[in-house]
Design a protein around this ligand. Structure first.
Ligand SMILES: Nc1ncnc2c1ncn2[C@@H]1O[C@H](COP(=O)(O)OP(=O)(O)OP(=O)(O)O)[C@@H](O)[C@H]1O
Length: 247
């Protein structure tokens, strides 16, 4: 379970302050896939970075399975599987070695690591590059490696920043069905995207963010009813206030 309460974060750059996240609150339950949806620059990645302990909030609180992220970051990291926006694959290692390294960091034994890698490589169709060095990997191959690495320890909570970026349609479908399986086993999954259809295809509920704030939370159907619009892209444009920005 993930609970985010009143998060704030700003960045001071030369001559300007960007308020990236302004009072964001939401919860993701066990057995739920929650989609974080927003246009470029909405504050999704910054919110997720504070959730997965990479960045400290200026204000607000995050709890993972009831554990405070700032007070007990190591405990929280053990309970999280994270696909960060910068995939951060080690180029000198093969895909298999990248994944196994994270397995060892999570104290898994060699046999468990082998079994997990075999299952994840099958789900993500990694067979043809699993034992190649990551140098020169395509975007999709890097993303697949990073997803497998995030999930190697079978984490209770899964946080994925734009997971389908660079994935082809068949891999996207397999990943969705894999994540639904995790959800059905009681895992808590939060992922971000700027594509409404992507979020609607996978999530149980979605959090629409724009300009660093939560604009709406609900199931796709609730948000359709709330806006009186049928087409999900129209729903997103309305909720994110994108018509006003375009005008
Ligand atoms: N390290 C940083 N330094 C300065 N500004 C930053 C930094 N990180 C994020 N920002 C700014 O904060 C705002 C929110 O960025 P963020 O990456 O969280 O958005 P996002 O919703 O993930 O966008 P995208 O869909 O484009 O990835 C943007 O205006 C961005 O330029």
């Amino acid at each position: 379970m993930i609970h985010i309460d009143d998060l704030h974060k700003s960045f001071r750059t030369r001559g300007a302050t960007v308020q990236a996240v302004r009072g964001v609150s939401f919860s993701a339950r066990d057995g739920e896939i929650l989609g974080l949806l927003g246009p470029n620059g909405a504050g999704k990645t910054t919110t997720l970075r504070m959730l997965y302990t990479l960045m400290a909030p200026e204000q607000g609180r995050v709890e993972v399975d009831g554990v405070d992220v700032q007070q007990h970051p190591t405990t929280v990291r053990q309970r999280l599987g994270v696909l960060p926006d910068a995939r951060g694959i080690y180029k000198r290692l093969t895909a298999r070695e990248n994944i196994a390294y994270f397995g060892r960091l999570h104290d898994l034994d060699a046999r468990t690591i082998d079994t997990r890698i075999a299952a994840l490589a099958d789900t993500l169709a990694m067979g043809d590059f699993l034992d190649r060095r990551a140098e020169g990997f395509s975007q999709g191959q890097r993303t697949k490696t990073a997803i497998a690495r995030a999930l190697v320890h079978n984490p209770r909570n899964v946080v994925l920043d734009e997971p389908t970026n660079g994935l082809d349609v068949m891999t996207t479908r397999r990943l969705r069905s894999f994540l639904r399986g995790l959800r059905d086993d009681g895992h808590c999954i939060v992922f971000s995207s700027h594509i409404m259809q992507e979020v609607a295809a996978l999530c149980d509920r979605m959090v629409v963010m724009a300009r660093g704030e939560v604009q709406a939370i609900g199931t796709p159907d609730t948000l359709r009813r709330q806006t009186g619009l049928d087409d999900l892209e129209d729903v997103f444009v309305r909720l994110a206030g994108l018509e006003e920005s375009a005008a």
